[in-house]
Design a protein around this ligand. Structure first.
Ligand code: SAH
Ligand code: SF4
Ligand code: F3S
Length: 459
């Protein structure tokens, strides 16, 4: 059995419990659900320290940017936003600005911040969340720039507080980090090695959430199918999924799956339990075996298609989404066309599509990036058009059907219209009377758009 990671429990020392008294905070979150979940934890820690939520970033005494490093464009956006805040910081000397998340784990970015963005007072890394009280204390004592960035993960910390953004839908981390080292990807460097939480801790969180009226739980990990490998479990994810389903919670989803580790047993569990939603996000990245090899994805197009066939055969109503990168170094026109052919084969409900972005320190960044940006943009456009064709067709097929939607409340634009996600993970806008956030509502679909469905509550 492999060595387990050390586990500790979060405890807020008395001296930090009133550090945030009479102070407000505001957090801006970029990137994936891992960051959304971290923001909930950070908010929980801050509120334990006495901070209260500010109504805007301008009002906040403590402003934090929880950042993403997956593509350069995401970083440039954050740096632009920090640039805009310079005046605000210097007009209000008591304000504190901090940056955390994946950008904080990049040496080059931290150097850039030190040199060009002195308005950032604190930077802390993805492995330092639970140390936030001591970090803030150190800053308030010295009022000098404070950097706390561990390059590797330490313990798995349990019993962290959380301020959930919704009372009926919650994210639960089942594992942290990633060991896959796809050649283009920075995540294994910013999030560290795979570490699984113990099943009993995860189940306790799910049961507590359900007992408080929670309806939907989303199990999170960069590669959920590898759950439990570091604990010596053979088929840990399938067993976990079954045990979470057995709690009887209304809805279960999970992100993200990796084709390399995907097991038939987890498809069987999905089929057996109606509270595991029939939607799957299975990133493919490319439809060319040669590109997949250079990406070090560890599977072939044939293997991916066989998984797709098996799933569709066992669960015909399954909705299927993916991630695709275009313009990976050396990708030829023919190889790109193979990606289009794969989209035509899988007829995705939705695909998140990206132009390859070189990330410093990754193996792909050293490969010759020989495709002109113009060509990359043309490929992205063609890919998006192909994806849209199938997602439109798929959405049209729901016309006149009845879907069960978990209501998230009235839409921002029109208070008469509610929105929420169906079991198939379709975003549905609907009308009706006596509807509240957190209700499971039966909706008849009356119209279909590219990315959303329209409907009416069935009485
Ligand atoms: N762990 C998940 C997702 C990680 S990041 C997985 O393996 O699927 C989300 C998506 O961002 C990836 O699936 C990939 O399509 C995209 N991505 C990651 N690195 C990228 C890069 N350097 N350039 C462009 N897109 C990238
Ligand atoms: Fe990145 Fe690959 Fe890990 Fe996903 S599986 S986070 S793409 S290294
Ligand atoms: Fe971005 Fe970090 Fe998630 S790089 S995609 S926030 S793990």
């Amino acid at each position: 059995m492999k060595k387990e990671f050390d586990r500790t429990s979060f405890h807020l020392e008395e001296q930090y419990q009133s550090l945030g008294k009479d102070k407000t905070y505001f957090i801006r979150t970029y990137g994936c659900q891992a960051n959304v979940r971290d923001t909930e934890t950070i908010a929980g820690i801050l509120e334990m320290m006495g901070y209260t939520l500010a109504s805007s970033q301008e009002e906040a005494d403590f402003l934090l940017f929880n950042t993403c490093a997956v593509r350069r464009s995401a970083e440039e956006h954050v740096l632009g936003e920090i640039g805009k805040l310079k005046q605000l910081r210097y007009d209000n000397p008591n304000k504190v600005f901090a940056l955390c998340g994946c950008m904080a784990q990049e040496e080059g970015v931290v150097e850039e911040i030190k040199k060009k963005y002195p308005q950032v007072d604190i930077v802390f890394g993805t492995h330092n969340l639970s140390q936030l009280p001591t970090i803030l204390h150190a800053y308030y004592e010295t009022h000098t720039h404070t950097f706390r960035i561990e390059s590797t993960p330490g313990n798995i910390v349990e019993d962290l507080p959380a301020v959930r953004s919704q009372s009926y839908k919650a994210f639960t981390n089942i594992m942290y980090g990633c060991n896959k080292f796809c050649t283009y990807c920075i995540v294994p460097y910013t999030r560290g090695r795979e570490r699984s939480r113990k099943k009993e801790n995860i189940l306790e969180e799910v049961v507590n959430f359900k007992n408080q009226g929670g309806k939907e739980i989303i199990l999170l990990g960069q590669n959920v199918n590898a759950y439990g490998k570091d604990l010596g479990l053979e088929d840990g994810f399938t067993e976990l999924l079954r045990d979470v389903a057995e709690t009887g919670i209304d809805r279960i989803r999970f992100y993200t799956s990796h084709p390399r580790d995907y097991s038939s047993t987890s498809i069987d569990v999905m089929k057996a339990y109606p509270n595991i939603m029939n939607s799957l996000h299975l990133p493919v990245q490319s439809g060319s075996n040669e590109v997949l090899r250079r990406m070090a994805r560890g599977y072939t197009v044939e293997h991916y298609k066989s998984l797709y066939d098996e799933m569709k055969e066992k669960i015909p109503s399954l909705t299927f989404t993916t991630d695709i990168i275009v313009g990976f170094p050396g990708e030829t026109d023919e190889q790109f066309e193979e990606t289009i052919q794969l989209v035509e084969y899988c007829k995705y409900d939705l695909a998140y599509t990206f132009i390859y972005s070189p990330r410093e320190g990754t193996p792909a960044a050293k490969m010759e990036d020989d495709i002109p940006m113009e060509v990359k943009k043309q490929r992205l456009q063609k890919l998006n058009e192909t994806v849209a064709k199938y997602s439109n067709e798929k959405n049209q097929s729901y016309l006149d059907s009845e879907l069960l939607v978990l209501c998230e409340g009235p839409s921002k634009k029109n208070k008469e219209v509610y929105s929420g996600y169906s079991e198939e993970n379709k975003l549905v806008n609907f009308t009706g009377k006596d509807i509240h956030a957190g209700d499971l509502v039966k909706v008849k679909i009356t119209g279909c758009k590219s990315y959303t469905l329209d409907g009416k509550k069935i009485i």
